[in-house]
Design a protein around this ligand. Sequence first.
Ligand SMILES: *Cc1c(COP(=O)(O)O)cnc(C)c1O
Length: 229
Amino acid sequence: MIKDNVKALLDELPAGVGLVAAAKTRSAEEISEAAAAGVKIIGENYVQDLLRVFDSVKFPVSWHFIGHLQTNKVKLIVDKVDMIETLDSLRVAQEINKRCTAIGKVMPALVEVNIADESAKTGICLANALNFIKSLRNFENIRVEGLMTMGPRTASGETMRPYFKKLKELFEKIKEMNMDGVEMKYLSMGMTSSYMAAAEEGANLVRIGTKLFGERLSNAKSACGGNYD
Ligand SMILES: *Cc1c(COP(=O)(O)O)cnc(C)c1O
């Protein structure tokens, strides 16, 4: 039962660690069940999925975008999401800034860091993260509030720990710089297999799907026809 899973997780997570329910492939009913049991933040990976469930979830949840965001989709979500956790390009930042300026909103954002520098993945590589954040200060309608990572695709559980440590170091380094327009509040890392290691290494947002909602169907399709996983 989703309700029991939520209760168990909320009991288990250390104080100060926020739970983001990673809701890809899940229905509005499943998301509502999680919200009714105490989940406050819903994470969506795909714009079409967010639009599909957004109006049907009647609970006062926050919505975080946690997937790869395409420039041409930004306008569809800026009025709906409370945070974009996966900012990793200036082009997308420019579009977020433009669309948020138009609606008078300042968008909280986390910078997604590709902690293992795998060429095929999204995220800013570790070496470029600081410069990227500096350049984001030009966008008045985006507020950088922290960092996010998926971790390397090949790692899970305990093998993620060294990567979590590295991101925490970067987080603290940037925090100490006290840059105008940058408020390092959130460190989002850890999923079903790795959330306790992440929390121990300093995450204060963990994104959990499977442990809340059960296994995803391996061939599940999104509303827009894309493959998951
Ligand atoms: C699916 C997903 C998660 C959660 O994964 P689980 O292993 O199911 O807990 C976390 N973060 C992102 C970005 C995801 O896409």
